[in-house]
Write a protein that binds this ligand. Sequence first.
Ligand SMILES: [Zn+2]
Length: 308
Amino acid sequence: MPELPEVQTVVTELNKKLKGRKIKRVAVFAAKLVSLGPNTVSNIRDVTQKTVDQFCKLLTGRKIVSVSRRGKMLIFNVDGPLTMLAHLKMTGQFIFEDKILAKKTGSQYRLLNKPTAPLVKLPSKHTHVVFYFTDGSTLYFNDIRKFGYLRVVLDKEMGDVKEFREYGPEPLEKSFTFEVFAEALKKRKAIPIKLALMDTKVVVGIGNIYSDEILYHAHVRPDRRVDSLKPKELKAVFGQIKPVLQTGIKYKGSSVGDFVRTDGKWGSMGKHHFVYGRKKQACLGCGTMIVSMKLGGRTSSFCPREQV
Ligand SMILES: [Zn+2]
């Protein structure tokens, strides 16, 4: 599942590639992925053709002003009083082809992160929404599991967006201080620190990969209860949040799931994991064998020697 570094990679690339492009046409192949309004989560509802038509109509003719994010939600700021929100959830992917690539029949992508995955052309059977721009370029939204969603909201409704009202602080903002972090943890005293890090109300954008990596570098075991951490340990955890996420952004995300960048290439953070996905391999820090445990239904990997 994409986490903050993966989403930021997509945002940075799309912002550069889409800025100023005008939407000529929108095609929706899976109705349940699109919706309208601040409170709806599309893929649990019945979506009528009317909603789909309106979704397409509202976006047609709009120019992309910028692409940004809040938490893991992508925000497409278009001209006029609308905004399109997009969430990649488990396996959502945005792939952009410029005019030349879009015309070429030979552009193929490996949408699954396995060397054995087939090379496919777009749109593929996993492409559910396509944006055609007036200059001949194209943006594809693929989603194998179909948990992702696209939503159009009015700018004036942005404050009412359900997810935004629930999101905690942004970890890379200056305003995310140790005091803010410690305060948010006060309501999460009795749970393992890993699960607290993955709670969007405590801090947004951290999932299974980066929580494992943060805790490795902080030398704290993932199953330690929040209220068992000494101030020094809590500070160590906090101190690793920004650098670990920034490393993830530097390497354009981790393609251990089915995450791909907007040109279909993989991020290389996966080669720089210390513990995540390294069960039974030697710890890069001390050589001890990495072990794993289940926490809240998720697998957590850690070094039993360095993390206490
Ligand atoms: Zn170690």
